[in-house]
Design a protein around this ligand. Structure first.
Ligand code: ADP
Length: 490
């Protein structure tokens, strides 16, 4: 009981800092690992102890499994928290951690392995009568069989890499005649990107919502669901805006999906925090996959449940029981998160790099910024372009949207392009406000976004702090197509 006294966080950036803050709250010492590029990062400063783990490229630092484990032993830690990304869903790493006599803050290596492969996940959950997207749930080895199945389920279909992740390794096929060529490309892409060429086909749903359920499971068989997150605003099959609860779920469906998610967790003897992802269309939900780690968007669940998910992960890893049950959980208010990424929404969300020249975060009741940056920090090419997550919580969805718009207006990031202007556009969009949208949202409205772009939007979006005009003049105002003529110097 309570044997975790020191945790090494095998990650970087906002998630490393976020995990460490909970450790401190729980009186647990923290150890950071960091690469060359992260020498000055706030998460390194924050940690009780720090270890330089290697050069900037991830494969030489944050993915160096043996060195990370050796460091954990050298620094006498009890447990490793993998965060998300990097090694968080690597079952071999989890096993190595355990073999070294340490606690892996996450599920068992077997659960990670089973759920880490989309086909084996589907096979496992289908025994528990979880609805799957219509398709051929096995690796395609026979092209004719695949083609026949595709015709039966009806085009468009989606070719998916079984080992895929991060929205990569998916190809939509609209017509039979493209099928063979797309299949060959998909296999070669999957081999190159994931070292595993297994692909399968699913019906491509044309106007779905992405709705996922957060679960918690202890090591005594207790599983609860912490309701849903709606992550339907996506670019390149990757989330940009997430919210909880979803505006389209009835209480009945919420319960059905929650219970289905708990069954998915039980199907692989899951313990820890996990997310069961579903795709939702015409009041039907279908299992997509299970993510066996903390998700980027977990804060919206924390805001509506009042729980600290990292704390729960540590409690479970400590082999303690969940100290509440399903009936204790209630949704309180509404929460929205926007991912603030160094990307150019005017140019296909292309990642941007550079120095953050100005940085001021919004504050206020129900406003949370999960970040790990500062004025003068560099957004480098080495890691993913997420700068921070901006989260709000309010009594209702309408109030949460307004609070988020105000927060965006008061968020100043200057020096790199960010997703904030697009997020603000989305939050103001009638379809988003009515809750009447699906995963096509970005593609449907990106041109309207570009056309609606005005100097007011730029300033409102908090990209430029008017009162710092002198400073802005001195640096390259690269974001603006032309300098707005109504800038005030106050
Ligand atoms: P990844 O593991 O790469 O994130 P997922 O299976 O979780 O892949 O899917 C990511 C996104 O791709 C979903 O949120 C959804 O927007 C889209 N998607 C996946 N499967 C389908 C499908 N069968 N039909 C339509 N969209 C899909």
């Amino acid at each position: 009981m309570g044997n975790i006294k020191k945790v090494l966080v095998a990650n970087r950036g906002e998630i490393a800092l976020r995990v460490m803050k909970t450790c401190t709250k729980m009186n647990i010492k923290t150890v950071a690992i960091f690469s060359d590029a992260d020498q000055k990062a706030p998460f390194v400063k924050y940690a009780d102890e720090k270890i330089h783990i290697g050069p900037s490229p991830s494969n030489k630092s944050y993915l160096n499994q043996d060195l990370i484990i050796k460091s954990a032993i050298d620094y006498d830690v009890d447990a490793i928290h993998p965060g998300y990304g990097f090694l968080s869903e690597n079952f071999e790493f989890a096993q190595k951690v355990i073999d070294a006599g340490l606690i892996f803050i996450g599920p068992s290596p077997v659960a990670i392995q089973v759920m880490g492969d989309k086909l084996s996940a589907k096979k496992t959950v289908s025994k528990f009568k979880i609805p799957l997207v219509p398709g051929l749930d096995e690796e395609i080895t026979d092209l004719d069989l695949a083609m026949n199945t595709a015709e039966n389920i009806g085009f468009p279909i989606l070719i998916k890499a079984s080992a895929g992740g991060g929205g990569k390794g998916m190809r939509i096929v609209h017509h039979k005649k493209e099928f063979k060529q797309q299949m060959e490309r998909a296999v070669s892409e999957a081999e190159k990107s994931f070292g595993n060429g297994a692909v399968f086909i699913e019906k491509y749903l044309e106007k779905p919502r992405h709705i996922e359920i957060q679960i918690l499971a202890d090591q005594y068989g207790n599983v609860v669901y912490l309701f849903e997150r709606d992550c339907s605003v996506q670019r390149r099959h990757q989330k940009v805006i997430e919210e909880a609860p979803s505006s389209v779920l009835s209480e009945k469906l919420r319960k059905e999906m929650g219970e289905a998610a708990c069954k998915v967790a039980k199907s692989c003897n899951y313990h820890g925090a996990g997310t069961v992802e579903f795709i939702f269309q015409d009041e039907q939900f279908y299992f997509l996959e299970m993510n066996t780690r903390l998700q980027v968007e977990h804060p919206v669940t924390e805001m509506i449940t009042g729980l600290d998910l990292v704390e729960q992960q540590i409690i479970i890893a400590n082999n303690q029981r969940l100290n509440f049950s399903q009936s204790d959980l209630k949704i309180k208010g509404h929460s929205i998160e926007v991912r603030v990424c160094a990307e150019d929404p005017f140019n296909n969300f292309l990642p941007d790099t550079g120095v953050i020249e100005l940085y001021e975060i919004p504050q206020g009741d129900g406003v949370r910024v999960d970040d790990c940056t500062y004025q003068g920090a560099e957004v480098s090419i080495y890691y993913d372009p997420m700068i921070s997550k901006l989260i709000v919580h309010a009594n209702s969805r309408v109030e949460a949207i307004q609070k988020m718009i105000n927060a965006i207006n008061n968020y100043t990031i200057y020096g790199v392009k960010t997703t904030l202007p697009f997020c603000k556009f989305a939050l103001n969009h009638p379809d988003f406000r009515n809750g009447n949208f699906d995963t096509r949202f970005v593609n449907l409205f990106i041109e309207d976004f570009k056309n609606s772009f005005s100097s007011d939007l730029v300033m409102d979006a908090g990209l430029a702090a008017i009162f710092k005009l002198e400073k802005l003049d001195a640096i390259n105002v690269s974001y603006l197509p032309s300098k707005p003529n109504n800038w005030k110097n106050s």
